[in-house]
Structures are given as C-alpha cells and as structure tokens.
Design a protein around this ligand. Structure first.
Ligand code: 523
Length: 156
C-alpha cells in the first residue's frame, strides 16, 4: 500500500508541476486597432496608477481556451460595449517588462457605438492627431505601434 501511495503522490506532484509550468508561460495580451472613417480608437487607462490617464489600444489578457480573436472580441464587448470583427496583426509583438506578450490587431466595428465603460475616456484619432500625440501620454508598450497605426490610417 505504501508503494501505491508513494506512486500516487509522485504522479500528483508531477501533474501539479506540469500545471504550474503552463501558468509560467508568457501570457498573451491582445489589443485592438479599431479603424473607422480614417481614424483609430484609443482609450485612456483607468488603472494601475502608473498607467492611469495614458492612451492605449483597448484589449486585455487572453484567457485559457480562447483564440486571440475571441479574446479581443470579448474584451471590446466588455470594455466598450461594441462588437468588432478582428482582422490581421499590426506592428510587431511587444514583450512587456512583466513578461506579458502584447499583440495588436486591426479591427472594424460590426455593431454598437463604443463607449468608455472601463476607461477614463476614449477618442478617435486621425493619423495627424496620432503624430502630434505626446508619447509620454501613451502606455509604454503601445508606443512602438504608433508609426504602423499612422501608416494604416494613411492607407485607409
Ligand atoms: N497592456 C498594455 N497595452 C495595452 C493593453 C490592452 C494592455 O500595455 N494596449 C498591459 C497592461 C497590463 C496588462 O497588459 O499590464 C493587462 O492589461 P489589462 O489590464 O487591460 O487586461 P485585463 O483587463 O485582461 O487584465 P487585468 O486588469 O489584470 O484583469
């Protein structure tokens, strides 16, 4: 019996370690560049304190079992109360200092009117307005995406 108990314990601890390793994988965060009428929607973060008031592409963490597209559609529904259709990637992925991996996607509105349900504010930016935006007012991880966003808007 002791042998079976020991074997059971070994299997259980290995399984727990395996599960733990899965949790340690860099977590994906997805962000939407919703483009409408030649403008992109940026939202002003409400939290944490060091990011509060800074502009970001709205989005959030991908939960287990979700694709990037389903996660982004859910986040935009929760944060802005609108339905989007997710298109291709935009810009390069960004590694956050805390280990998160951030991915930006182009998107367009399917239905609903976006509203800042969880953000301090939101605003539609033209390419010129984006170029004039002070990068200090942008969430650090999102700064690299600005040139690519301008290019997308110039083509829109
Ligand atoms: N970012 C970020 N830029 C950006 C987003 C959507 C998120 O730098 N455009 C960072 C900010 C947080 C982390 O990614 O450190 C998680 O984003 P958050 O808070 O918008 O995602 P949630 O709502 O899924 O996660 P919690 O608030 O932590 O529950």
């Amino acid at each position: 019996i002791a042998t079976f108990v020991t074997m059971g314990w070994l299997i259980a601890t290995r399984a727990a370690r395996g599960a733990h390793r899965t949790d340690d994988r860099p977590q994906d965060v997805v962000a939407a560049a919703i483009v409408d009428d030649g403008r992109v929607l940026l939202a002003q973060r409400a939290h944490p304190a060091e990011l509060a008031g800074k502009w970001e592409l709205p989005g959030g963490r991908v939960e287990s079992g979700e694709t990037h597209a389903t996660a982004l559609t859910r986040e935009i529904r929760e944060e802005l109360g609108a339905e989007i259709e997710v298109a291709g990637r935009i810009g390069a992925e960004v590694t956050h200092p805390n280990g998160l991996m951030l991915y930006a996607y182009r998107a367009r509105l399917r239905s609903g009117t976006p509203a800042a349900l969880e953000h301090l504010d939101m605003q539609w930016f033209s390419a010129d307005e984006l170029r004039r935006l002070d990068l200090d007012d942008v969430v650090p991880a999102d700064r690299d995406w600005i040139p690519e966003l301008c290019a997308v808007l110039d083509d829109a």
